[in-house]
Design a protein around this ligand. Structure first.
Ligand code: ZN
Length: 206
């Protein structure tokens, strides 16, 4: 099914929030709402938000979650492993160097690791990809060949492993898992430009 993917570049760190919808439908899914609610809200353009999906619990990706939930009532999904980060600035900030967020307590639902989640007419596979945080996931739409990679895989790079819950060994295994996807898979990361699995795989020997 054709889908439309819109990026909203937010905040001082320039994280990507993603608005994803199936063509012909009026609702959408927001992946990693970012930290600039007014800009995000404008881009959503009044569409119904069926769900918010979080790739991980870092502050730059989650600060708009509370406002968006208040405005839309949309359920928030995050992995059980990263749920503890959402209201703890010591865990979701960057080693105390930058900000950190305290969530106003949105109702959180657990992303089913390794399983499927259907929202707004799309079937997301939840790929566990720890390494940047304990509970980092990538959200994969196999039929559409699209992967939302959070801070695990970037254009010409991968996520930091020195933050709370990070692990170089786990990152290596997670990248291997992602590089087993079809090379033409389009990658939509949490920061920076888009890429493909094939282009990124060619950079590494794992
Ligand atoms: Zn992060």
């Amino acid at each position: 099914m054709p889908i439309q993917i819109q990026s909203v570049c937010c905040g001082e760190i320039g994280e990507n929030a993603w608005i994803v919808r199936a063509e012909g439908r009026g609702d959408c899914v927001v992946i990693d709402p970012g930290d600039e609610y007014p800009k995000l809200n404008q881009a959503i353009g009044g569409r119904r938000v069926a769900a918010m999906l979080l790739t991980h619990g870092h502050f730059d990706h989650i600060m708009a979650v509370g406002e968006l939930q208040e405005a839309t009532g949309a359920p928030v999904y995050v992995s059980a492993e990263d749920a503890e980060m959402l209201d703890d600035p010591r865990k979701n900030g960057l080693l105390g160097l930058m900000g950190g967020a305290t969530m106003p307590g949105p109702a959180i639902r657990a992303l089913p690791f390794g399983e499927k989640l259907s929202a707004a007419g799309m079937d997301f596979e939840i790929l566990p990809t720890p390494g940047h945080s304990k509970g980092s996931v990538c959200l994969y739409l196999p039929a559409e060949g699209a992967l939302f990679s959070g801070d695990t895989l970037f254009l010409a790079g991968f996520g930091r492993m020195d933050l709370y819950g990070g692990s170089p060994m786990e990152m290596r295994e997670s990248l291997k898992r992602l590089f087993a996807l079809p090379p033409e898979t389009r990658v939509y990361p949490g920061h920076g430009g888009e890429t493909t699995i094939g282009a990124e795989r060619s950079r590494y020997r794992l």
